[in-house]
Design a protein around this ligand. Structure first.
Ligand code: XMP
Length: 518
């Protein structure tokens, strides 16, 4: 779905490959200005069509002297739109506008202090001396381009910031977008509000209003179907669409029998009873368990579950005559076609989603959250009145408990795991840890061990407890839960889950481990 130009005051961030590019966009949006990240080479036609109030050139790992170094289209500087270059973005400016860049003797990496040299609106309300900033560069500016003045210097960078106030083109050698540059927010806001003259109109309330209207116009009298999983993204999509088109939205919830305890009932209660969504629940436990019978390979489990989900969803969708659109909860980090994100993308685990469906089903995609970061989705959820426990819920993998039991999937194991899982969650919530960790779950291991209960020797199952902290699931570390909390979890699982006599805590980080065991 194309929401182009529903946000009129927009900033364009051109990405030259910095690990911080997404942070630049986050900071701008936190200041309530809409912005998008695009690759540095999208071409002048798209840049003009974008209609930015201001353009930011990100940092990047290259040196302007490298063969094939990414360059900005020179016309950018003649558009009459303010430009801010950050780190490599500033060096580019110097290089392309007639200045000179040289290799510095020493790389400047980490904290540094800058001193301001001349008055500039970019540094309004910023201290003048020993301003703490974060540097990360090898090259430095040797000669300013014509028309520019030095705005600040550091010990190692004679030009730590420069600007041409007439053309409204500025560059900073440091990274204002990172937390280690405490005045970074003020500098970026000076650029946004005092140089580009943006207003802070980007709020989740305005987003909900604009998108509701855009969805109404786009869908017209047609129907939309939506696979609801109960996770925050699909829940927000469903409620947003319901608000826009009411009963012309049909939601399908597939109970595959691999869910946590009470999940199906809770989705039903929230969405059907409370939000009055048009929700169909498919009870497909038998067919899922049947197809998974005897399967032990984790990737095969994933494929079977993903394919069966598509099969069932298709057959249900076909029954709903006249649906033209399929709604999905795709988020902004998934769609940024940015140089920073073309890292090694080897499939370590096939993550199941419903991609591939529309082509086979002749449905057009609607992705109302395409422009949002995860924390913005949560704010939209709040704006829409979703319960806090849905908004703050931990991620749960599509293949569910099937990838949390090593070996084959059986009803008995599922029951055991559900029981252990619900005890763990109760204790994590009761101890106040739920909102501080990324995920907390249990894994049923394929080994038995000896124990003693009363006077009896036992030979029973082992449950592993995994609780991790993470910001984006790319890396993770095990949560340092207090011993008392671990003790309660262990006692309760061993006492209450029949057939379990041992609990272990997983103390592996990702990498080299992964979050899930399979
Ligand atoms: P890993 O185990 O790769 O997990 O460190 C990273 C994040 O992804 C989730 N995950 C999945 N989600 N389908 C999903 O929808 C999957 O097959 C799948 N495998 C892992 C995992 O829970 C964690 O949040």
């Amino acid at each position: 779905m194309d929401f182009d130009h529903i946000h009129e005051e927009r900033i364009l961030v051109l990405d030259f490959g910095s690990q911080y590019t997404q942070l630049i966009a986050r900071r701008i949006r936190e200041s309530h200005v809409y912005c998008e990240i695009h690759p540095f080479n999208i071409g002048m036609e798209r840049i003009r069509a974008f209609g930015a109030r201001g353009i930011i050139l990100s940092g990047g790992p290259s040196s302007v002297h490298d063969d094939g170094a990414p360059l900005a289209d020179g016309e950018i500087f003649g558009l009459g739109v303010p430009v801010l270059g950050i780190c490599y973005g500033m060096q580019l400016m110097a290089h392309q506008l007639g200045g000179a860049v040289e290799k510095a003797d020493r790389r400047e990496y980490g904290p540094a202090a800058i001193n301001l040299e001349s008055e500039s609106v970019l540094f309004q309300d910023v201290e003048r001396e020993s301003v703490r900033v974060w540097m990360s560069h090898g090259d430095r500016i040797l000669r300013l381009p014509p028309g520019f003045a030095v705005l600040a210097h550091s010990e190692n960078s004679p030009v730590a910031a420069m600007g041409d106030a007439t053309r409204r083109i500025f560059g900073v050698q440091f990274h204002p977008e990172v937390a280690h540059t405490p005045c970074g927010k003020a500098i970026l806001e000076n650029f946004l509000f005092r140089i580009c003259h943006c207003r802070s109109t980007w709020t989740m309330k305005s987003f909900v209003e604009l998108v509701t209207q855009a969805l109404r116009e786009k869908v017209g009298d047609d129907r939309v179907i939506c696979a609801l999983s109960g996770g925050v993204d699909s829940s927000v999509v469903a409620v947003l669409l319901h608000r826009a088109i009411g009963d012309r939205l049909r939601c399908i919830f597939v109970n595959n029998g691999l869910l946590r305890r009470g999940e199906a009932e809770s989705v039903q209660r929230i969405f059907k009873d409370h939000f009055e969504l048009n929700l169909i629940t498919m009870n497909a436990t038998d067919v899922f368990l049947d197809r998974l019978k005897g399967v032990t390979d984790p990737e095969r489990k994933r494929k079977i579950i993903g394919n069966l989900f598509i099969e069932l969803f298709e057959s249900e969708a076909r029954k709903l005559q006249g649906a033209k659109y399929l709604a999905q909860g795709t988020l902004y980090p998934d769609v940024i076609e940015s140089v920073s994100f073309k890292g090694p993308s080897a499939t370590i685990k096939t993550h199941h989603n419903v991609g591939g469906l529309p082509e086979r089903m002749n449905l057009e995609l609607i992705e109302p959250l395409r422009e949002l970061f995860k924390d913005e989705v949560r704010l939209v959820g709040r704006e829409l009145g979703l319960p806090e426990h849905v908004i703050q819920r931990h991620p749960f993998p599509g293949p569910g408990l099937a990838i949390r039991m090593i070996g084959d999937v059986t009803r008995e194991k599922l029951d055991m795991l559900r029981e252990a899982d619900s005890i763990l969650l109760e204790e994590i919530e009761a101890s106040g840890w739920y909102d501080h960790v990324w995920q907390a779950f249990t894994v049923l291991l394929p080994v038995r061990s000896v124990g003693v209960m009363g006077d009896e020797r036992t030979y029973e199952e082992v449950i592993a407890v995994r609780v991790v902290e993470s910001v984006d699931a790319m890396t993770a570390d095990w949560a340092r839960l207090p011993f008392e909390v671990l003790q309660r979890i262990s006692n309760r699982i061993i006492n209450e889950v029949k057939g379990v006599n041992r609990v272990v805590y997983d103390i592996s980080s990702k990498p080299p481990s992964t979050i899930e065991w399979e």
